[in-house]
Ligand binder design. Sequence first.
Ligand code: FE2
Length: 479
Amino acid sequence: MEPIAVARAAEENPYLLGVYAPVADEITSSDLEVIGEIPRDLNGVYLRNGPNRQYPADGRYHWFDGDGMVHAVHFENGKARYRNRFIRTAAFHEESKQGRALWTGVMENPAGNPFGNTHGLGLKDSANTDVIFHRGKVLATWYLCGSPYALDPLSLETIGAEDFLGTLAGDMMAHPKVDEATGELFWFDYGPEAPYMRYGVISPEGTVSHVADVSLPGPRLPHDMALTENYAVLMDLPLLQDQDARRAGKYRIQFDRSLASRFGVIPRYGSDVRWFEAKPCYIYHVVNSWEQGDEIIMDVCRVKNPSHAPRVKTPLAAMLAYLRLDAHLYRYRFNLRTGAVAEGPLDDVNLEFPSVDSRIVSRPHRYSYNMRLSSDFTLLFDALVRYDSSTGAKEIHEFGPGRWGSEAPFAPRDGSTGETDGYLVSFVTDERENRSEVAVFDAADVAAGPVGRVLLPQRVPVGFHATWVRMDQLRSWPS
Ligand SMILES: [Fe+2]
């Protein structure tokens, strides 16, 4: 591992500079320069969430602290429109009223913060992590579990905290899973009090239709879950919040290598969890999962060693070390008849932010679309990788020196018939030119590079998760 660069002062935090620097303006623009061509059969919206702080807060800044901002490009009949908006959360409104920061970040004591999420962490729920589409709305979610905030998919206006007609008590994690075949949404919530996790389902009608307590040995920090046609898979991974630090008002996490990774298989509408044990690791993101014979197969991006000890012990070095991510495609097989677990790597490239064709989540996939992590000391994606899980073959597009991509979901073309019959869409930010574009790739020929590039009116800061919403999904939920 290369040495970790340490910034000399708080204001040199690299996550506030260059390609990460927040943008102040909310822009709507349809007059955009196109290089190449925007395919006419690409119709829908690419949305990407990420941290973008509005006001500087006292103390140290962590990349995850920024206020949520969604950047979106709406493609229609060969034309593109760009728009970016802050997610107007309850905390964002409070700070806007006062014209200054009221919350500290995760690296500071939250004791004086006005309010937090229902975990009692006292941290600002910024909804800055993922965006998903369910029942005509985009839901913006937060990595530590928060209120999902509903946004209009075209105007990006914040509709408000989504409580599913008053039926959602508690919070929702960052990566709820939509089954497009049934219209259901699957989620979990976790916190510092026993039983530490709750699993639930939102019905196609938009209300909570099932909740089950999931008992864990202690508080955990799960990030994602998997879904198959009949089951959900929940995770109890040995990355723990340090409870002594928590009592002292500090947020600190540690990896306990002596504990197993545990995967809990629960029927979609069940309450009995069957646990499968595997080698210790951490998993941010699931690629996809499905049933095959007696087995559940689950592909993930697995982090073998989530605790990178910084060489210099400063808070900033600790954050930079924590954000160093070494993840590889990895497959688990859980045998529901025998209880056996098989696990092993699929590939050795450092890949994260995976996605598959959203129409087949929870059913077998062949292709996944992944971002390659650069070896820089901050988190950056230097290539887009299509991985063929049936052959292990990879198709790679490198963005080029000083150019960084963002999560690139599959965007089916109009009338699409399969997993590569469409496009991949990604923001690409050029650190030398200090500007961004949205790039469109043919999913069947990723290595050929973008078929079209749309130059954007402002830089899109490097951020977190993205989604694609098809035109037919927008049309089925008229606003
Ligand atoms: Fe995530």
